[in-house]
Write a protein that binds this ligand. Structure first.
Ligand SMILES: [Zn+2]
Length: 114
């Protein structure tokens, strides 16, 4: 049995090893012609072979749910990151404002101490 590494496609070049992220076959590994372009559907040759066995229904469903959840968490994460940046700016601004008020107060009444 020849290993995947030695496999060549119809174009005579080593096959590309990829992972499918379609709804039907999430996370399933396959080899295909390196010239295959998923966006245009153009291919150098028709070489295509799944490396993993057919995905069972419950695994497909669980994987698809986890993919959706992962996207949701990534979105939440970027929202929270931008909130942190905003809060840090706001904190800096407030610290500066407090300093200004302290200076102002010292200037108006030299006997009053903070
Ligand atoms: Zn090819």
């Amino acid at each position: 049995m020849s290993s995947v590494r030695d496999m060549k496609c119809g174009c005579g070049i080593p096959v590309a090893r990829r992972t499918s992220w379609t709804h039907e076959n999430p996370g399933r590994k396959f080899v295909a012609c390196k010239f295959y372009n998923a966006e245009t559907g153009q291919r150098g040759c028709n070489t295509f072979e799944w490396l993993d066995e057919d995905i069972v229904d419950w695994k497909r469903d669980v994987t698809n749910v986890l993919i959706v959840e992962k996207h949701r968490l990534a979105t939440d994460n970027s929202i929270l990151k931008s909130r942190i940046v905003f809060a840090e700016h706001e904190n800096k601004r407030l610290v500066e404002e407090v300093e200004k008020l302290k200076q102002k107060r010292k200037g108006s009444n030299p006997l009053m101490l903070f």
